[in-house]
Design a protein around this ligand. Structure first.
Ligand SMILES: [Zn+2]
Length: 326
């Protein structure tokens, strides 16, 4: 994870932290709250770099301190994480011992506790005492994906910093960095604004089949040489296996439909299914803009109804029939 990306991933959080450093209004404890993948831990290290950087522009990311924090080897930055899902009292005691040692360098001391919701009762009590009697120049950064699981006393002693879901561009970049092809990354980034959900989708064993199904259905509509209902009947069994797959199918169908509309109104730069331009062009030239928009509306309204009890097969058949109508 490149630290220069923290700014673009969580601009509001970075600004908040920068302001508190500049105005010298630092809290003794911060609680970073946000879903998985929102870069809470990386931001905690970035914050530590801000506090310990020895250069003018903080953090410079290049000085000895910044580099040691990035590699998690700076003695003033202590990291605690759950072991088998639990943070124990001993880990909190070790932290206190460590920070009283001479090995710690002068300047701010920062401890980061990952997944603070995993703290057991004894550890929580030790930590609360530590938070209640803050030692000067010592800062706690606690991170959590679920603030509802925390003791109110921990929340009330911290400044809560909310992390937002990441933008499409960031999600796309994350998936590309993980090795997913550009096209796949772009499509998934348009399905969800949650990194963890994006990774789940990318790893879903049925994702490629559902993607192919959506492409093939549109290729049939474009070429008009086969019955879409028969093809769908023979190839759609995967989407009925569970509701999330059905949702995914419809989400992809909607993105494809938006592509056709974007093509129709000459907005090619927002097209997601870039490898499908031929079919997109052919469908766009066969249908009016109004009809394409009506079709999109039926897809959206079906998506809203998917969670309630409906005859899914019948609903899909009706939708596809209307897409095929000449
Ligand atoms: Zn630095």
């Amino acid at each position: 994870m490149a630290f220069d990306k923290i700014r673009s991933s969580q601009p509001m959080v970075v600004q908040l932290l920068e302001n508190s450093v500049k105005k010298d209004r630092l809290s003794h404890a911060y609680l970073f709250e946000g879903e998985m993948g929102t870069k809470k831990f990386e931001t905690a290290l970035y914050f530590a770099q801000m506090l310990l950087c020895t250069n003018e522009k903080k953090p410079c990311l290049t000085c000895h301190n910044c580099r040691r924090i990035a590699s998690q080897t700076h003695p003033n930055v202590y990291i605690i994480e759950p072991n088998k899902g639990i943070i124990k009292k001993q880990q909190i005691t070790d932290l206190q011992t460590e920070f009283s040692k001479t090995g710690v360098e002068k300047g701010p001391k920062i401890y980061i506790i990952k997944e603070i919701e995993c703290v057991n009762v004894n550890a929580a009590n030790s930590l609360l005492k530590f938070l209640e009697e803050p030692t000067p120049n010592t800062y706690a950064i606690l991170t959590t994906t679920n603030i509802n699981k925390l003791l109110p006393t921990i929340i009330s002693r911290s400044q809560v910093v909310q992390f937002s879901s990441l933008s499409k561009v960031i999600i796309q970049e994350e998936l590309e960095e993980m090795g997913y092809p550009v096209q796949t990354a772009l499509i998934i980034a348009n399905v969800t604004s949650s990194v963890s959900e994006a990774i789940d989708i990318a790893n879903n064993e049925f994702f490629m089949s559902i993607l192919d199904l959506v492409k093939e259905l549109n290729n049939i509509i474009a070429s008009q040489d086969e019955s879409i209902i028969i093809y769908f009947g023979e190839n759609s069994s995967i989407i009925y296996q569970d509701n999330s797959l059905s949702q995914l199918f419809l989400s992809l169908l909607i993105i494809y439909q938006k592509d056709i509309i974007n093509y129709k109104i000459n907005d090619q730069k927002h097209i997601v299914f870039t490898d499908e331009i031929e079919s997109i062009e052919s469908i766009a030239s066969n249908k009016t803009k109004n009809r394409l928009i009506e079709e999109l509306e039926s897809m959206l309204s079906l998506k809203a109804k998917l969670n309630s009890y409906i005859n899914e097969r019948l609903a899909y058949d009706n939708l596809l029939l209307s897409l095929e109508r000449r």
